[in-house]
Design a protein around this ligand. Structure first.
Ligand SMILES: [Zn+2]
Length: 222
């Protein structure tokens, strides 16, 4: 059972990584008909939504793209920033989706932001409590530690609707503003779907890790 709880999530993580990498490689090859770059598409979406104050900058790495609400900045990796592929437009628009979520105070993203400091403290404290509990054979203490560690799980769970919703908003904006054609929409959808699957795999991996720890603590207690 323990071995299965290690192997299954490891395989899922590997498959989801392969899926996103191969989707990215594939959709990096298709140029969008409008010929617009990721950064310009993002600028257009932001301006159309009254968000011209949001900055767009370039960052290193591959698929390191993100929106940071604390400095109101979208960071796009080189290929996404300067590229005009389906992948570039999809990812850039997805980050704009997150900006719009913040503007509209979309409930899961508000919750997610509020959870960040709580999760950081709870997971570290929980881990320490669990270790002390296990080492001193105080079963209840180990369980309390584990429950605190589950804050990470809640965070990852709230992340899921946030990611799917940002992609839906991205697609709506891209069509509405004529950045992509209806014919290009399925390719954008596939790219964004692959990205969302990585979050689902991470959630499942964390879930099985917690379950495995619970089973181990429970066995030690008996
Ligand atoms: Zn996202």
């Amino acid at each position: 059972m323990d071995l299965l709880l290690i192997i299954i999530p490891a395989i899922l993580i590997m498959v989801s990584q392969w899926y996103i990498n191969s989707s990215y490689a594939k959709y990096n090859e298709y140029e969008v008909e409008s010929g617009i770059t990721g950064s310009k598409a993002a600028r257009e979406i932001l301006n159309a939504n009254g968000l011209s104050d949001v900055k767009i900058v370039k960052i290193e790495g591959t698929l390191t793209d993100n929106f940071n609400p604390t400095n109101n900045t979208i960071s796009l990796s080189n290929d996404i920033y300067s590229g005009s592929s389906v992948a570039a437009i999809a990812v850039a628009a997805h980050e704009c989706g997150h900006v719009i979520q913040h503007k509209e105070k979309y409930a899961p993203i508000v919750m997610r932001s509020a959870l960040v400091p709580v999760v950081n403290i709870a997971s570290k404290l929980g881990y320490a409590i669990m270790i002390v509990g296990v080492l001193s054979s105080i079963f209840n203490m180990a369980i309390i530690g584990l429950v605190l560690m589950c804050a990470t799980l809640i965070f990852q769970l709230v992340t899921l609707p946030t990611e799917f919703d940002a992609s839906n908003r991205a697609k709506k904006q891209l069509i509405k503003l004529g950045i992509i054609t209806k014919k290009e929409l399925p390719k954008v959808s596939s790219m964004l779907y692959a990205a969302a699957m990585t979050y689902l795999a991470s959630f499942f991996a964390s879930f099985t890790q917690m379950l495995r720890l619970f089973l181990q603590i429970n066995r030690r207690n008996n």
